[in-house]
Design a protein around this ligand. Structure first.
Ligand SMILES: O=C(O)CCC(=O)C(=O)O
Length: 197
């Protein structure tokens, strides 16, 4: 098994609080306004590509081959002039795909890894919701609190997310437009996992 370039699993870098802060109440107002737009895929696109046929669904699913995070640079009309646009304007990096992610009660994601750092802002959560970073057979659980701060996640690490509660969880998830990494260096069994969502 080869292990070369996979980012190190380190408690401090799996998830860290950034300096970026946005009041929670107006952020939750935006969520409330768009909540009826969620459907089975549990994702609403905040940003989309120029000319997207369905801007609110442009970021759902996997990043298609040849498409870059930075292509998702249009803030959809539903989010213009809102606290979410204000938050995006404060970032010290360029945003790529930006989505509202609903995680239904008693659910989890498949284990995967992503090509860039990701940033999570918890809108509605509770202590039974976690990002879980895998280290062989061990999972390191991290909770993203709804404290108004944006959290940086090293999504290049193999991970999943779980909602072990009886309520839906809502996060705003922002991809770094220029982050990047490949599966190179992962143990073979994990390299076979495709990057996801
Ligand atoms: O928490 C979520 O909804 C997605 C978590 C995740 O896998 C990610 O941000 O890469």
């Amino acid at each position: 098994m080869t292990r070369v370039a996979m980012p190190a699993l380190d408690g401090a870098t799996m998830l860290r609080r950034t300096q970026v802060y946005q009041d929670l109440a107006p952020m939750r107002d935006v969520l409330k306004a768009v909540k009826p737009l969620f459907d089975d895929d549990n994702v609403i696109s905040v940003t989309s590509r120029p000319g997207a046929e369905q801007p609110l669904k442009d970021c759902a699913g996997w990043l298609p081959e040849g498409v870059k995070e930075r292509d998702f640079r249009i803030i959809n009309s539903e989010f213009r002039g809102t606290a979410i646009e204000e938050l995006l304007g404060k970032l010290p990096f360029e945003y790529g795909r930006t989505r509202l992610m609903r995680m239904p009660k008693k659910s989890c994601l498949s284990i995967h890894w992503d090509a860039s750092l990701r940033y999570h802002y918890a809108l509605v959560t509770n202590p039974a919701c976690y990002l879980v970073f895998m280290d062989g057979g061990t999972g390191h659980f991290r909770h993203v609190p709804a404290d108004g701060y944006l959290y940086e996640m090293d999504a290049r690490l193999t991970h999943t997310a779980i909602n072990a509660s009886r309520e839906a969880r809502f996060h705003l998830v922002i991809c770094d437009a220029h982050g990047g990494s490949t599966g190179e260096g992962r143990p073979e069994a994990l390299a076979a996992l495709a990057p996801s969502r």
